[in-house]
Each structure stands twice: as C-alpha cells, then as structure tokens.
Design a protein around this ligand. Structure first.
Ligand code: UT7
Length: 320
C-alpha cells in the first residue's frame, strides 16, 4: 500500500518577465533563449516569498482534495530556496495552513519533488500516514546572478503541490545521485566568523550548461526505461511523460532515444522557465485541471539536476 493523488495545485507570481524584458539589461535575445532553451517568459517574484508561493499552491491542492488542513498527517517540501534556513519551509507552511503534523524539507535540487514522493511512499507503506501534502516550491530568482546571461535567462519562480491519500498509484520509482561539485553549484552564504579563513564566494548559481545537458539526457532516458520496466509496463503503455522543465532540447533529445510517442511528452517551459523542484507538480496540475489525465493512465515523472541527482517514477492516475 502506498498512495494515490487526490488533489493538485500550483501557483506562480503575477509578474511576467519576457525574453525581451531580459534583453533590456543583458546581452541576449528572444531568438537565442527561445531556440536554445525553449523559454518565452517566466514568473519572477517581486514581493512574494517562497512560503507565499508554497501556501497558494498547497491551498489549491487541499481545496481540490476536499480535505481540511487538520486532516494532514505529513507535510514534505522539496526546495533549494526556502526563505529561512530554519524553520523549514514545511514548518512555516504548516503554521500558515493550520495543520498539526510532522513537516520537513528535502534538498535534492530539481529532482526534489520525486525524492519527496519516494519519502512519502515510505510513510504510507509503514501505515503511519493517511494524508500527506507534498510541495515543490522555489524562488530561484534569488539564487541567480542576474549579470550571467548563461544561467539567469533559464529559471523562474513557482510552486506546485499534491495531496496524497492511501492507495496503490505509485507503481515504481528510482532515485539516483552521483555527487559532483563541478557541474552545478550554489555556494552558501559565507558567514561572518572572524575565525574562518576561506575566501568568500558569491552565493549564486554556477552551472556548466553542456555537462548538465549531457547528464540530463542520459539520466532521463535511462531512468524512464528503468521505471517503466520495473512497473511491468512497455513504453507504449505510457499515457504521458512529465519531464522536469529545464530545456526543451533536453526533452527533445530524450524523446528521440525513447520509443514513447513524441506527443506524450508534456511541456510548459515556454511559460515558466525552469522552476527547479516545482516544475513537475506545476505541469501535473495543469494537465489535471485541463482534464487530460484519465483514470488508470500510466504517467511517468522524471527529473534531473543539481547534486548531481535524478529521479523518476510511474504513477497510475486515479480520477476521483
Ligand atoms: O535544472 C537544472 C538543470 N539545468 C539544465 O538542465 C541546463 C542544461 N543546459 C542547458 O540548458 C544549455 O547548456 C544552456 C541553455 C545552459 C546553454 O545552451 P548551449 O547550447 O549549451 O550554449 P553554450 O553554453 O554552448 O553557449 C553557446 C553560445 C556562447 O557564445 P560563443 O562562445 O559561441 O560566442 C555563449 O556565450 O551562446 C552564448 N550565450 C548566449 N547568447 C545569448 C550563452 N547564454 C546566452 C544568452 N544569450 N542568454
């Protein structure tokens, strides 16, 4: 016994930043960003905190699930951009929604949401949890060097959430990490200890784009094949693939290597950019609210990113 999804929700800040807006202060263009990444616009916080984004997404999912926050037994947040080091985003959110249950964050970068589903599955298996809220929420805009055109044009802010209840929808999964500090790194704040001798680094995202790209295509292809096989399915049984939204060209490369029909790969990167741990639950919520997910559909979620990490799973969708 693991879980089924009984509610989804997402939220993104109102401020829309187009590629042309970026070209006003960066040496870039709509043409470069659209063709190399696939992003046309992204949402960027002006006054919203990460907790604000998480709160709205969570309430949208809770409303759809038709439960009260007091019914939750667990809150899990996947994030690398929580407002505070402590309390965790999950604890901040627990207070705000008025829940009374354990709450914690996990940092597995862009793979965080699937890592959290895997964590939730363990709680359900043990029978200690009957309802759980899982959220991916990111204010990536605060982790970016806005003078670095090779990274800041890619990312965006947002949050996505799922309410889970006891069920059998989580058919198979894989979580993977290959520790590496050269390809993607976001240094922490240096601190002000008068005793610490190492040189300060700016706490902004550093990324070797091409190395990340290669890792992403390989991980996504292998992980999808593995979870489909583990679930006892064939690639043609898959109704939708919901990949992490990092670069449309990564998704296109994986499409060519897998034998799942190309039209089954979903994307909304054009409107949000890469929202890290939030990208998969945002896209699942859009598909769900558009009525695209049918009962018993086999849906593959797959992700990759900082760590380096990757993760994938197969969900059997339940329409309530
Ligand atoms: O979720 C975390 C995981 N992250 C990812 O999955 C990111 C994976 N990597 C990528 O998406 C791509 O590697 C990038 C989008 C980051 C870069 O695309 P690329 O095709 O690998 O470009 P590149 O780094 O090879 O750069 C090509 C050229 C360079 O100019 P020269 O040296 O050829 O003259 C860059 O300076 O494009 C230039 N460039 C830009 N030009 C206009 C880099 N960024 C920009 C920009 N606008 N924003």
């Amino acid at each position: 016994m693991n879980f089924e999804v009984i509610g989804t929700g997402h939220y993104a800040p109102e401020n829309v930043v187009t590629n042309d807006d970026l070209a006003k202060f960066l040496d870039t263009s709509d043409e470069w960003i659209s063709t190399r990444v696939g992003v046309k616009e992204r949402r960027i916080c002006t006054t919203e905190t990460t907790a604000d984004l998480a709160y709205q997404a969570a309430m949208n999912a809770i409303t759809m699930a038709d439960i009260s926050p007091q019914e939750l037994d667990l809150i899990l947040c996947a994030t690398i951009s929580a407002d505070d080091v402590s309390p965790s985003l999950a604890c901040t959110l627990q207070k705000r929604i008025g829940a009374d249950c354990p709450a914690m964050d996990i940092n597995a970068a862009c793979s965080g949401f699937i890592y959290m589903l895997e964590t939730a599955a363990g709680f359900f298996e043990r029978g200690t949890v009957k309802k759980a809220l899982v959220i991916g929420a990111e204010r990536m805009s605060r982790l970016l060097n806005w003078n670095d055109r090779s990274t800041c044009v890619i990312f965006g802010d947002g949050a996505g959430a799922m309410v889970l209840s006891t069920g059998n929808s989580y058919l198979s999964s894989k979580v993977f990490a290959k520790g590496n500090t050269d390809v993607i790194r976001i240094p922490q704040m240096h601190g002000m200890s008068p005793f610490y001798k190492n040189e300060a680094e700016e706490p902004y995202l550093l990324m070797n784009g091409q190395e990340t790209f290669k890792f992403a295509v390989n991980a996504m292809t292998k992980d999808v094949q593995e979870v489909v096989e583990k679930a006892g399915l064939q690639e043609e049984d898959i109704a939708f693939v919901v990949p992490h939204q990092a670069n449309l060209r990564i998704i296109d490369s994986a499409k060519r290597k897998l034998s799942i029909a190309p039209e089954r790969f979903c994307s909304n990167i054009e409107r949000y950019g890469n929202t890290s741990a939030a990208s998969i639950p945002i896209l699942v919520d859009e598909l769900n609210r558009d009525g695209k997910l049918k009962d018993k559909d086999k849906v593959v979620l797959c992700s990759f990113g900082g760590g380096l990490s990757s993760a994938a799973c197969v969900l059997e969708w339940k329409v309530r």
